[in-house]
Write a protein that binds this ligand. Sequence first.
Ligand code: ADP
Length: 498
Amino acid sequence: METYIMAIDQGTTSCRAVLINHAAEVIASAQKEFTQYFPHPGWVEHDANEIYLTVQSVMATCLQKAKADPQQIVGIGITNQRETTVVWDKESGLPIYNAIVWQSRQTSEICDQLRAQGCEELIQSHTGLRIDPYFSATKIRWILDHVDGAQERAEKGELLAGTIDTWLIWKLSDKAAHVTDYTNASRTMLYNIYDRCWDPEILKLLQIPESMLPQVQDCSGLFATVPAFHFYGHAVPILGVAGDQQVALFGQKCFHPGMAKNTYGTGCFLLMNTGETPQRSKNGLVTTIACGYEGKITYALEGSIFVAGSAIQWLRDQMHFMSSSAESEDMAKASGDHSVMVVPAFTGLGAPYWDPHCRGAIFGITRGTTPEDLTRATLNSLAYQTRDVLTAMEKDAGRKIAALRVDGGASANRYLMQFQSDLLQCQVVRPQNVESTALGAAFLAGLSCGYWENLQEIEAMNSGDHTYEPAISKEEADALYTRWQQAVRAARMMPYTE
Ligand code: ADP
């Protein structure tokens, strides 16, 4: 009887379950969306119970699709949208408020207060992060402030908090385990990534009782057991957990310092493995935990670009240049123009600029500019922004990368990948299976039970990589990049007004 690992990928808009075999092939998968709540402009919330039910439903559908017996599943790996936070009642098991999603800006006032109190240095030097509503800490504070009696109940030990991995494990284990892994902990802005503990000073500052927080463990190992009544008559262990971007780094086999991956989705997420010593960023990136494996912590530098694939959606849905994002490839190839520059700062600029006031701009338009030219320039902007972040990473890490590993929806665009390689003057490597997230979660789970022996065995698997090599000179690449930097400078000089 063939055995499998089940990866659960709990994303921002949908939940997926993916069955993976020993050759790291996808045997079956099931996906289901869940409701997004926008109670106020800029707020984003999820119903944590709906997320749990959706996960259960995709697990069942996936088993059915594969016609697999639950006994064939040797373990579960979980990866999740990071930072999104749930607070729930330990007794009833019910959330006391919706899950506050990573994108939600409802805690920006709390962040402003922390900045006004001069806490930036404390936060960066203990957690590696910048003060931002993105991270979990202020989301917990907000819930305790806005739900009647919550602070008091938290102090009495009646409430639990966690990121989505913690919530799912607690539910799937029938309340037996309140745990998380190092990567998810490192995104809360409450975890001291140097001392490896919930940070007493930050907890005190935010008045968050430590009793609410989960136990933190390695990404690969036993987290909990899903009892037989939750898994069709067969008890199955949860053996691997990590946040989605870290798990993609792992799924891309970036096991060694200096290896980096970029995920081209709605936004872009770049992570570089920086080894066992955390590198503090001086160039607008955050320091985070890449993995905890066999008692060893690996750190990463991370930079997020807010607008990437969503700029292609803008061309498709607002500009009506095309009917599918994939068409952008042929359109870009049909353009002969290099001079148009699109700065897609629709919601400000993320790393390394952190400029919330900047808005999008287009430069270099002539009477002859076509939709093809604008499409090409928009695709190019994904590559330029990637060079911005990678340059910052290389400066912080004090090393150059040899190759950039890529995944995510827009990595299917061959024009973009070639331009990326040209502009970075390094190899761009795209695996055949771009399901890096599901694979990474499966690897973490499989490694902890001997399904895969060790990292070397995983490294040795052929992932059918396609490699793009630079096809222009360094001088040409630098000249293009200089123009991009001018365009960003100009866009940032135009003040944004409502
Ligand atoms: P997410 O996980 O953030 O939802 P995905 O990894 O599924 O994102 O990627 C979807 C994004 O990639 C969309 O924004 C879409 O516009 C873009 N995209 C998908 N295919 C292509 C393509 N061939 N060329 C350019 N962009 C693409």
